[in-house]
Design a protein around this ligand. Structure first.
Ligand SMILES: Cc1cc2nc3c(=O)[nH]c(=O)nc-3n(C[C@H](O)[C@H](O)[C@H](O)COP(=O)(O)OP(=O)(O)OC[C@H]3O[C@@H](n4cnc5c(N)ncnc54)[C@H](O)[C@@H]3O)c2cc1C
Length: 428
């Protein structure tokens, strides 16, 4: 079987790995010069040392990412637990130019065990947030067993959750870390998806990172694939009765028995030849939001007092309509022997000072709503056709929050349709 894979994010790499293991002849195309999953990672020098960091830094555990964790075990990726403490604060530029993060609210450790300064317990809004956290954690297991079919916004309103809980705790955490999307998109998320994810994220298991970074994952997934064409952008995708055809920007054409399109949905749509109308309609159901990420040393994007810094610092805008997450990278990468605090801020509310920026990336993330769920139904229909040669996978292409897990699951699903599964079960 000749298989072409377009895109080398986690979805494309997983698909390529599965098919190569099953004996297929695999060709991989990636428009960037580096495999996409690791394309934004950087190496830089500080205090005379070379350090490398993934951009963005990604986390996982066995509960919310069971298939990713299995894949990592299969390919021998080592992982390390990370300390999941979070500080929540409000961003305030009005105080002084150096003190922008004020009103430290809560510091949470694993399993939402609270580590609160006694003075904070006197605060009525803090007490309300704690009450609502407990309430949500108590009802979440029931909501998942008996899906409530409400959006998150509807669910929160129907159950009278307090504004303090929503805008000082829940939305800052979901918007700037787990989902990386706007508050408006959080309102539209199916409630059971977010509640289920929160339970799996806050269990006793904790969170992990890959020990040697994304570079190591990519190297292991790609190692045995003979034909990897980096810097090769696909511009057209079509099919005949016997082949799926891809054409590169340089007008080179390739025919395959099957092509797996593992680009973002909005990009995949632009590649389709005009006759692929149903595929275009399906891909049009998925919406993306921009997610800026900056690696920097500007402490103004963190809490004012260093003793209040957690590993993840979630800072709401003054109007509580948006939030950023400043990750203290020295904690994320404990092997770094450097004193200068290095931060990675996701969706910064203000730009770090230019001379303190190490790198900046503009990423995109799919959002989940009723329309994207409709898109998944359409995709299931297309993928059930017996003569199908063009397949779609990616983090958007599986139910749930678009995480590395959904990328892996979407590729597994396509592979299974073609008779390929995990290595112990595969063979074509
Ligand atoms: C800030 C942030 C933090 C995140 N943190 C986490 C986390 O902690 N844990 C987690 O599980 N997930 C996390 N995610 C989500 C995760 O990174 C994504 O779900 C995942 O990387 C998406 O993988 P993918 O394979 O679907 O797509 P992508 O990684 O987008 O891959 C698509 C690939 O297709 C290539 N391509 C596009 N067009 C063409 C073309 N014409 N020809 C050839 N190649 C093409 C692209 O260059 C790219 O390499 C985070 C996301 C963001 C933005």
């Amino acid at each position: 079987m000749r298989v072409g894979v377009i895109g080398t994010g986690i979805a494309g790499l997983t698909a390529a790995w599965l098919f190569q293991r099953a004996g297929a002849e695999v060709t991989v195309f990636e428009k960037q010069l580096r495999p996409g999953m690791d394309a934004h990672s950087i190496e830089f020098e500080i205090e005379g040392m070379a350090v490398r960091t993934d951009v963005p830094p990604r986390m996982f555990n066995d509960s919310l990412w069971p298939n990713l964790a299995r894949l990592y075990r299969e390919i021998g990726v080592q992982s390390e637990s990370i300390e999941p403490s979070k500080s929540f604060a409000r961003f305030d530029l009005s105080g002084s130019s150096t003190s922008i993060a004020e009103s430290l609210l809560l510091r949470l450790g694993a399993s939402y065990q609270l580590n609160l300064a006694p003075r904070l317990l006197l605060n009525a809004s803090t007490r309300q947030i704690l009450k609502d956290i407990k309430r949500m954690m108590a009802v979440a297991p029931v909501a998942i067993l008996h899906p409530i079919r409400l959006t998150m916004g509807e669910y929160l309103r129907a159950n009278d959750y307090s504004d303090s809980f929503i805008f000082q705790f829940l939305y800052p955490a979901l918007s700037s870390t787990v989902c990386t999307c706007s508050y408006e998109s959080l309102d539209d998320y199916p409630a059971e998806i977010l509640l289920g994810a929160m339970l799996k994220l806050t269990g006793s298991e904790g969170l992990y990172r890959t020990r040697y970074g994304t570079q190591d994952v990519v190297r292991r997934l790609i190692a045995r694939i003979d034909d990897v064409r980096l810097g090769t952008s696909i511009s057209n995708l079509g099919q005949t009765r016997t082949e799926a055809l891809v054409t590169t920007d340089a007008c080179e054409s390739f025919g395959f028995d099957h092509v797996i399109v593992a680009t973002q949905a909005n990009v995949a749509r632009l590649l389709l030849e005009p006759s692929l109308v149903r595929e275009a309609a399906m891909l049009g159901q998925f919406r993306y939001e921009n997610v800026p990420v900056v690696v920097h040393t500007d402490q103004r994007l963190n809490l004012h007092r260093r003793q209040d810094w957690s590993h993840f610092n979630l800072i709401s805008s003054a109007d509580h309509r948006t939030a950023m997450c400043t990750i203290w990278m020295n904690r994320f990468c404990p092997d770094w022997q450097i004193k200068t605090p290095i931060f990675q801020t996701i969706m910064p509310i203000v730009r770090p000072l230019p001379d303190q920026v190490i790198c900046a990336a503009n990423l995109q993330r799919p959002v989940v709503d009723q329309q994207s769920i409709r898109g998944l139904e359409l995709m299931d229909g297309l993928h059930s056709e017996s003569d199908r040669r063009i397949w779609f996978c990616g983090s958007y292409a599986s139910p749930g929050i678009p995480l590395l897990e959904s990328g892996v699951v979407s590729s597994l699903k396509v592979a299974e349709k073609l008779g390929v599964g995990w290595p112990d079960k595969c063979g074509i």
